[in-house]
Design a protein around this ligand. Structure first.
Ligand code: HEC
Length: 102
């Protein structure tokens, strides 16, 4: 009777860590998308080109998953209208330039 429960438990361990997160994105494309849509607010808050938001000591994003989620949320909230590929480009750019998740 308990065997069914046991059967379900193995299935969730599938996807391991990737060698490089966001390998599908192109950082150069990501930079131009990012520079067009994403700098204004961050620069108002932190000055300069706003990139301090990504490098401040108490930054919010701690993992590659959180970075992807934050980019998605900012994309949705600001009505940028990016496709998932665009988000992947921007993730690749921000990761290469600032976050450096492996
Ligand atoms: C309307 C203003 C605004 C725009 C436009 C905006 N952001 Fe943000 N963003 C914020 C604010 C405010 C925070 C800080 C939130 C916090 O500290 O909790 C933030 C934080 C972030 C962070 C997390 C930084 C950290 O702490 O690690 C990322 C990543 C980010 N934004 C990406 C983007 C991207 C990508 C775009 C372009 C689609 C974008 N943002 C556009 C306001 C904006």
């Amino acid at each position: 009777m308990k065997t069914l429960t046991a059967l379900f438990c193995g299935a969730l361990l599938a996807s391991g860590a990737h060698a490089a997160p966001f390998a599908k994105g192109d950082p150069r494309t990501g930079k131009s998308l990012h520079d067009k849509a994403c700098i204004s607010c961050h620069a108002n808050m932190f000055g300069g080109d706003g990139s301090k938001i990504y490098t401040r000591a108490d930054r919010k994003v701690k993992t590659a998953q959180q970075l992807a989620a934050r980019i998605s949320a900012c994309n949705a909230n600001t009505g940028t209208g990016w496709f998932p590929e665009d988000e992947a480009h921007v993730a690749a750019y921000l990761n290469q330039q600032y976050y450096k998740f492996k």
